[in-house]
Design a protein around this ligand. Structure first.
Ligand code: MTE
Ligand code: MO
Length: 532
């Protein structure tokens, strides 16, 4: 920085010897970045195959982030971790742009152009190399970097109008003292460019929106199942504030995936392929799947990252095709031992062929009576009762590949998660909250042990006896079950915990283990302040 700091001396780039104020550089840096990124958004709007530079960089961060950081992010930010990631990237490059902008207006256009090139190459790498990219994906970042570099050079000229346009007058000026830099003109220029960036970016975003699968989803009419489920019984949650509903409403259903922007799928070209170690590879269009016999099932799915007492779990009413039927049509090789779901965005999740033991594994097309929501995998996803999502529940499904565990690993396995991951029996206290007033209240929550069912949930207050709770209606062994217990809350601080026993008679273990590598265990314990 030294040659920048002492730029108070006259130099060819700054012939008057007057130091361009630092904030000019900051503004020029930000405006260049803004225009560059905006141009990137527009280019990303040209084709379904392209993505915005920021999203591309975010995608690579997600694929390479170390496990502890990922767990920390989920724990700290929950489902907003993606927004936090995007904004962190924006803030980091904005800080770089500010420094680069100052360097540029103080004569170091080489630093300006060099930084734009470096960031451009980084973005191009992120957009064109790695999971779910095509080479053409380098384009948005290259255009963004070119625009940013151009604006930096332009900004340098705005800051040094005389130096650039009338170099011969430098001598004359030094005799009359340095002229005031044209602050008004500078502010109008950068302000105009900033407005242009905002406008351009929103044009780019709306161009990208035409690839949004939500448009096609809106036109889908979901057929009914051959044997539709009866309407669920009256939901006890209606009478018990804070208790999880029997079936989780779509807006409240947790969302976990590696996708920063939802994969955009057109039903006109989408196909579900069944490939790999099968007798005949098959492929099905959306309409072909919809025309098959559909089943409807209530199945609780859960994320392996769900902490004890956490909310990365939900109960859905899924409608779709039986997975075992589809695979029987393709004919599974005797040597295949793994079923790998592959998504449109090249996420993979694999589980044993032996999982298909007659359980209701579904290629789901619908959820809670609607076409599958975009966030939950439109147009199709897998739902396999009893397995954590990361080894089974591939959303935006495009391929089901029969393979072997010794040949291929699903996305999360090389990142430190177990290859086999059945859902552990869990129970959660939903209510009451952490402070209540004395009197009779309901302690209530949900418990799940998909494929095994929930036989019993017990509650312990302080170090008293374990008391069996009342179980809510059963939607089958794959579905969670609500439970509640009346409690006479007395003033003071109390500790409440719960534990479930599954349909095989096994009680969930008290032993606390972390979510990694194959799911948390332990009893959910809450502390409550009761006031008199
Ligand atoms: N394509 C794709 N499918 C995916 C994932 C993903 O990252 N990409 N994440 C899986 C994980 S880890 C979980 S827990 C479930 C979550 O499903 P939901 O978002 O519908 O609740 O989706 C699974 N399917
Ligand atoms: Mo997950």
């Amino acid at each position: 920085m030294t040659d920048i700091e002492d730029a108070g001396a006259a130099s060819p780039a700054n012939p008057t010897g007057q130091l361009t104020p630092r904030w000019w550089g900051v503004l020029i840096g930000l405006v260049s970045l803004g225009l560059g990124l905006a141009a990137g958004e527009v280019v990303a709007g040209l084709s379904r195959l392209l993505r915005s530079p920021i999203v591309s960089v975010g995608d690579r961060v997600i694929d390479h982030v170390p496990k502890p950081v990922k767990q920390w992010a989920i724990r700290t930010f929950g489902t907003t971790d993606k927004t936090v990631l995007i904004w962190s990237i924006v803030v980091v490059i904005a800080l770089i742009a500010m420094v680069v902008g100052v360097a540029t207006v103080r004569g170091r256009t080489d630093i300006g152009i060099g930084s734009a090139v470096l960031l451009g190459v980084l973005g191009a790498w992120a957009g064109g190399v790695g999971r779910n990219t095509r080479f053409i994906g380098v384009l948005p970042s290259l255009v963004a970097a070119t625009v940013a570099a151009g604006v930096l050079v332009l900004g340098h000229r705005l800051a040094h109008p005389r130096a650039e346009h009338r170099p011969s007058s430098a001598a004359a000026q030094s005799m009359t003292g340095p002229p005031a830099l044209d602050r008004r003109r500078f502010l109008m220029g950068t302000g105009g460019l900033a407005l242009g960036a905002v406008a351009l970016a929103s044009v780019g975003r709306s161009m990208q929106n035409r690839f949004d699968s939500a448009l096609e989803r809106a036109g889908v009419r979901l057929p009914t199942a051959r044997a539709p489920l009866p309407a669920p019984p009256t939901d006890p949650a209606l009478a018990t504030e804070g208790l999880s509903p029997l079936i989780t409403p779509i807006p409240d259903f947790y969302r976990i995936d590696t996708a920063l922007s939802f994969p955009s799928v057109s039903l006109k070209t989408w196909k579900l392929k069944i490939t790999g170690m099968v007798e005949n590879e098959r492929s099905y269009t959306y309409d072909e799947l919809m025309d098959r016999e559909l089943i409807e099932r209530d199945i609780t799915i859960s994320c392996v990252s769900n902490e004890v007492g956490g909310d990365l779990v939900g109960n859905g009413r899924w409608i779709g095709c039986r997975l075992d039927d589809l695979l029987a049509e393709a004919g599974i090789h005797r040597d295949a031992d793994q079923i790998m779901g592959v998504s449109v965005d090249e996420f993979t999740a694999g589980f044993p062929v032996a999982t298909l033991d007659g359980r209701d594994a579904i290629v789901a097309l619908g959820m809670n009576g609607e076409a599958l929501p975009v966030k939950n995998g439109f147009p199709a996803r897998l739902v396999i009762p009893g397995l954590y999502g990361y080894v089974s529940a591939t959303k935006w499904l495009s391929e089901i590949r029969l393979t072997r565990f010794d040949k291929e690993e699903g996305y999360w396995v090389p990142r430190g998660w177990s290859a086999l991951a059945p859902v552990k029996t869990q129970s959660r206290i939903d209510r009451p909250g952490s402070s209540i007033s004395a009197g009779t209240v309901a302690i209530a929550g949900v418990a799940w042990a998909p494929t095994r069912g929930v036989a019993r949930v017990e509650v312990q207050v302080d170090d008293g006896p374990w008391t069996a709770s009342t179980l809510g209606p059963s939607l089958g062994d794959n579905s969670w079950r609500q439970w509640w217990l009346k409690w006479d809350a007395t003033p003071g601080t109390h500790k409440i915990r719960c534990r479930a026993t599954d349909g095989t008679g096994d009680t969930q273990t008290e032993a606390r283990v972390d979510v990694a590598p194959d799911g948390a265990t332990g009893w959910h314990t809450i502390r409550i302040d009761v006031t008199g």
